[in-house]
Each structure stands twice: as C-alpha cells, then as structure tokens.
Design a protein around this ligand. Structure first.
Ligand SMILES: Cc1cc2nc3c(=O)[nH]c(=O)nc-3n(C[C@H](O)[C@H](O)[C@H](O)COP(=O)(O)O)c2cc1C
Length: 431
C-alpha cells in the first residue's frame, strides 16, 4: 500500500558558508552500494533526516541518489569527518557491496549548503519525498551503465554556482578581464547600439519579399535566386538583407500556406531554398573561420522536432559574420539537447521555431524544452534565446521562459550579449 507523506517532517536546508572551510583539508568521496531491500519513502526520509543531522555536526554536505535498487552517494567536507561518516556508512546493514568510485582531497564543495539531499529518478514507483531533487531518467540510466561516471553525473545535480568558481585557477585571471569587458565595455556598447538600432523595431520588409515567396515554391527556383542576387547587388551590406528580404519571404511562405495557396511541403521546400541562397550569399567560408578572440559560446539548435531550420541557419550566419564561432546542432529529442548542454559549457542556447509558421500550439513544448535544458545545463546561468515567427510579435518569448526574444536574426549577437549582461547583473544583485 502507498504511504501518505507527512510534509511537516521536511525542514529547510541550512546553508554552510564557504569560510567555515578555510584552512581545513577537504575531501570528496563518491560510492555506490546495493540496497539490502526496496526502501519505502518513509524509510528513505528517516535515513536522510538522520544523515542530515549527523552531517550538520560534522560539516559534511552531499547528495544521496536512490534508484530503487542502488544508492549513489557524494560526501564532501573536512577529510576526517567524511572518512568518519564513511566508516559508519560501511557498517550499515541497510546496504552492501559498497564500491568506492572517487576518494580524493578537494579544493571546494559542490554541494555546499546541502547536508544530504535526496535525489530520485524522474519517475518513481511510489510517492517520493517532495523535497527530493529529481534526477533525469537518462542520468540514472547512465549511472547504472557507467557507474565510474558517477562523480561527473552527480555533480550536475548540485546547486547553481557562479561560473567564475567553476573555472580552473589559471583561467580565473582571464575571467577577470572578461568581467571588466562585460561589466563596463559591453553595457556601454549595448546602450549605443540600442539607441542606434532601435532593436525592438523590425526593419521594413522589401516590397519584393512576397513575390520572392511565390518564386521559391515554383518548380524551377532560378527566378527566386536571380531576384535575391539582384536585390543583393542593390544593397550596400549583406546582413540587413536577412531582415528585409529573407525573413519576410519566410513569413510570406507561411501566409501562402495559411491562405491555402500552397502545401506544407512547399513551405519546407521554399525555406530550404532560402537557406541555400543565404549560404551562397555568405562571404564567410564554412568551417574556415579563424578564432581571433574569445566570444560567447553559443549553441544554435532548432526546437527538437522542428523541421524548419532557416532561423538557425540565419543566426549562425550572422554570428559567423560577427566573428563568433557558434555550435550548430539538430537534436532529435529533448534528451539529445539536454546531453549537449550537459556535456559542454555554453553561455547561451539559441532555440528556434519555424520562420514561416506561427506554431502557436508549440509554446508549451518549447517552454518544457527550455526548462529541461536549463536543468541539464552545465552552465547554471545559461542564457536562452528564442526566435522564429512565433516570437516576432507579442510576449510568447517571455511566456516560454526564455531570457531573450530574438525578433530578427540581424541582431542575434546583440540579443545574446544583452541576455548575458542582464543575467550577470541579476546574479550579481542576488549574491
Ligand atoms: C545509503 C546510506 C547512506 C547514508 N548516508 C549517511 C550520511 O550521509 N551521513 C550519516 O551520518 N549517516 C549516513 N547513513 C547512516 C549511517 O550508515 C549510520 O547509520 C549513521 O551514521 C549512524 O552511525 P553510527 O551507528 O556509527 O552511530 C547512511 C546510511 C545508508 C544506508
């Protein structure tokens, strides 16, 4: 029978201040063990509560993950305390087959403030303690398959920490310069840019954009490519063309479809042709860009399941032109996207929906994708940017949980910098 959970038993987590560790030799131990029997929620709760009480006295912090068969535990704190607690844990008959996966001196804590937090797989067989953290099912699966990866995997479940503390010491001085640039230079540049560009304002569409849309779905696309080349010759700069011709043409394709003037396949075909044209116009050779300076690490990806990739292609082009080195990916599922942001540090995630269709009914889906990506992200302060026709008007971007709404690819670098700056300011205020 399922047991009702007594919520009154849950206490808050007392933060441990970093200065209490000054001058003390710290250690981290990670192990796994086999539960002697299936644990009920109440047993788990009692175990965690007793562990928390003793850990508090020993200044030990960490995480205990239970997956219905095995325990994975991360213990950290003064080396003597950690090993003393470990001796008790080894003698506990409630589990066995203890395998130490990591036992090393440590320079800091990953779970500071958590005297022992319980973690559980996303879907549990019984009502889990509400205060427990949810471990993604894919992570639990990986723990089972590759227990040696447990230290890296468990670390992802820890509380958010400022990006600076995650950097190796030799990179911290570079980060100070970066701080100065971000705190003083970028805001000044942004103010100037915002004044000059009026970024909320979409540039006026080229009057030929609607005609271009109909040429893009003709059996022979040559007329469409000729039109694009002709307009390009008349423009002094390439990038504004994305906002004045390419994006409006994509929207016109969506309009043709909603007026029943073309099929969904035609829209996809037209968008692919636009993408080809963008690549042909580009003056940045693919893959040959030399990295000249450190620019934000950006992952550009269409929303998993989105077959229209023009928005991602445009953002990528604009960032390459700006001298950035964006990473492009086409994740098939939310899980694939989560793996990407968990495996690599990204400053920003640029997620896009169709440039042609409004995709109104996709809002809950992208909202969920964003929430999951944030939880899985190696960077706890990941800036999420959304783009696509769904976001060109109204407040869908805000409702999706994104930090920044990109209304045109033209300003994507600016939008990302603004997002990074806002997040930095917000975190500085919170600390
Ligand atoms: C999976 C598992 C994890 C545990 N984690 C902790 C812990 O983090 N801290 C702790 O003090 N006790 C923990 N315990 C309980 C200890 O094994 C032990 O019962 C408790 O510390 C009392 O120790 P003592 O009998 O030596 O006084 C854990 C037990 C199990 C089965």
């Amino acid at each position: 029978m399922l047991q009702a959970w007594p919520p009154v038993l849950f206490g808050g987590v007392e933060p441990l201040r970093a200065e209490t560790d000054a001058g003390i030799a710290l250690a981290t131990v990670v192990y796994r063990s086999r539960a002697a029997h299936p644990f009920s929620p109440l047993e788990l709760h009692r175990l965690t509560l007793a562990a928390q009480e003793r850990n508090r006295g020993e200044s030990v912090t960490g995480l205990l993950l239970y997956d219905s068969e095995q325990f994975f535990q991360w213990l950290e704190g003064p080396a003597e305390s950690v090993h003393r607690v470990m001796r008790s844990i080894r003698n506990d008959p409630r589990h066995g087959g203890i395998e130490i996966l990591h036992d090393q001196p440590a320079t800091g804590r990953r779970f500071g403030g958590w005297n022992m937090r319980l973690a559980m797989p996303g879907i549990g067989p019984f009502p889990w303690p509400p205060e427990a953290i949810k471990a993604p099912n894919e992570m639990v699966q990986r723990l089972r398959e590759r227990p040696e990866d447990a230290p890296g995997l468990l670390a992802r479940l820890g509380p958010a920490i400022p990006a600076f503390e995650r950097l190796p010491v030799d990179l911290q001085s570079a980060s100070i310069l970066d701080d100065v640039i971000r705190a003083t230079v970028i805001p000044a540049l942004l103010e100037g840019l915002a004044a000059a560009q009026g970024t909320e304002q979409l540039p006026a569409a080229n009057p030929e954009a609607a005609h271009l849309a109909s040429l893009l779905i003709a059996s022979d696309p040559d007329a469409a490519f000729s039109l694009i080349r002709r307009v390009r010759i008349g423009e002094r700069l390439l990038l504004p063309l994305y906002a004045t011709l390419v994006e409006p043409a994509a929207r016109s394709l969506g309009d043709l479809w909603s007026e029943d003037a073309c099929s969904e396949f035609d829209v996809t075909l037209g968008l692919c042709r636009l993408q080809t044209a963008v690549r042909q116009l580009s003056t940045v050779p693919a893959g040959s860009h030399a990295k000249r300076f450190r620019t934000p690490q950006v992952l550009i990806a269409p929303e998993p399941g989105e077959t229209h990739h023009l928005g991602a292609a445009l953002d990528s082009e604009v960032l390459w032109h700006a001298g950035w080195t964006p990473h492009c990916a086409y994740p098939a599922s939310d899980g694939d996207l989560q793996d990407l942001v968990a495996a690599t540090w990204f400053d920003a995630l640029d997620l896009s929906l169709s440039a042609a269709f409004g995709r109104e009914h996709w809002l809950p889906r992208i909202t969920d994708t964003i929430a999951r990506a944030r939880r899985a992200s190696r960077n706890p302060a990941l800036v999420v940017v959304v783009g696509g026709r769904a976001f060109t008007e109204g407040d869908a971007g805000v409702r999706s949980g994104a930090d920044v709404t990109s209304r045109t690819a033209l300003h994507i670098d600016h939008s990302i910098l603004q997002g990074l700056h806002a997040k930095r300011t917000e975190r500085a205020r919170a600390h």
